[in-house]
Design a protein around this ligand. Structure first.
Ligand SMILES: [Zn+2]
Length: 371
């Protein structure tokens, strides 16, 4: 029995053989899907496709795959604290977004979609462009003009059509929705299949920790696809009796763009394109799933943490000196750990999600190191 789309705002349901991207009421859609993993049935295959039992696709034979996943979980040290870094920047296009793109674009292929539209600051654009190239789906990518050029080169290289939009991320999203009137809006921020792809990271982490959940999971949060995916995976594993506790989900944002904290404090997040944070990947002023992000963090007893650029640069350099070449956005999550010095017990396990490769931000990194 295939799962259904369900609208968390009005409760409407839709079959998943329809190429829709939001509810008729305008809200985003989720999947009514709560699979249970049977560990005895896991194949001997070191990729995230080993969790196909809990992935919402109908046809795994024609899924778009690089046999990706099972990225290393390695010990790191930050200010004397032991941390496990999840090296998700080692995925095929250099970021964790490949997990979401793999499932979302495979679903697009199942639906017979030939052309899609996506808007992104960079990493999800690269991921979607690459999976579309393999799926032979025409991709239109909308990006704010003036973003990290290496990511726009990568998108073009995969054969996607790049639309550079003047203005901010919201202008870009509006242009993409306008463009999507002619094709399918496969937006990482809206699409629930994307979340069921990103959830594979926490399955891997739990398996790599001998089927134990960490105590804290630090994640940089922009549109929230990583942290909501983590919650979905944890909820499924809790239900399956695989883990006995939920880690605290720690949502990390830049102090220059912190809609989660602002919302809790009843403040409006200002939209300004001047003086942006170096963590550009999480500079999203109005995430589509804002309330859902807040909800999942609070359900785990997690917190909303903000860091400034100086802290991000310190964490970036500390990561580089351990051989870990991440982009500034990922370093935000490392930087946040500092604020818990003395609050997290020595025997508590901390995992940090290292989401994007520094190779896409080399010129920015060069500027930071020369300062
Ligand atoms: Zn609705």
């Amino acid at each position: 029995m295939p799962c259904q789309f369900i609208c968390p705002a009005c409760g409407a349901r839709y079959p998943t053989d329809r190429a829709i991207w939001r509810c008729e009421c305008g809200n985003y859609l989720d999947l009514d899907y709560m699979p249970v993993l049977d560990r005895n049935l896991l194949p001997d295959e070191k990729s995230f496709w080993r969790y196909r039992q809990v992935l919402p696709l109908e046809d795994f034979q024609s899924a778009i795959s690089f046999n990706e996943g099972f990225t290393p979980l390695v010990p790191m040290d930050f200010r004397g604290m032991s941390v496990l870094g999840k090296l998700d920047f080692m995925l095929p296009t250099g970021s964790f977004k490949d997990r979401g793109a793999a499932i979302m674009i495979s679903k697009c292929k199942e639906l017979g979609i030939k052309e899609i539209v996506e808007d992104s600051s960079g990493n999800s654009a690269c991921a979607i462009a690459a999976y579309c190239a393999r799926a032979k789906i025409k991709a239109h990518i909308y990006m704010p003009a003036g973003n990290s050029s290496a990511k726009s080169f990568q998108v073009r290289a995969y054969g996607a059509e790049l639309h550079l939009i003047e203005g901010n991320r919201i202008d870009c999203a509006n242009a993409a929705i306008e463009g999507a009137t002619k094709s399918y809006y496969a937006a990482h921020a809206w699409n629930p299949y994307f979340l069921h792809g990103t959830k594979t990271a926490i399955y891997e982490i739990v398996e790599q920790m001998n089927w134990n959940a960490p105590d804290y999971y630090f994640v940089p949060v922009g549109s929230g696809s990583q942290i909501i995916g983590a919650y979905l995976g944890l909820q499924e594993m809790k239900l399956a009796g695989i883990i006995d506790h939920m880690p605290k989900l720690m949502a990390v944002q830049s102090n220059k763009c912190s809609p989660l904290k602002d919302f809790i404090e009843g403040k409006e997040t200002p939209i300004s394109s001047s003086n942006p944070s170096i963590a550009e990947g999480i500079a999203i002023h109005r995430p589509v799933r804002l309330k859902q992000i807040i909800d999942v963090v609070q359900k785990t007893g997690g917190e909303f943490v903000t860091v400034d650029d100086t802290e991000i640069i310190e964490a970036l350099k500390a990561s580089f000196l351990q051989g870990i070449y991440i982009e500034p956005t990922s370093a935000a999550a490392v930087a946040a750990i500092k604020q818990y010095e003395g609050k997290i017990q020595k025997d508590e396990k901390i995992v940090v999600s290292l989401t994007g490769s520094g190779l896409k931000a080399s010129s920015k990194i060069n500027d930071l190191l020369s300062e």
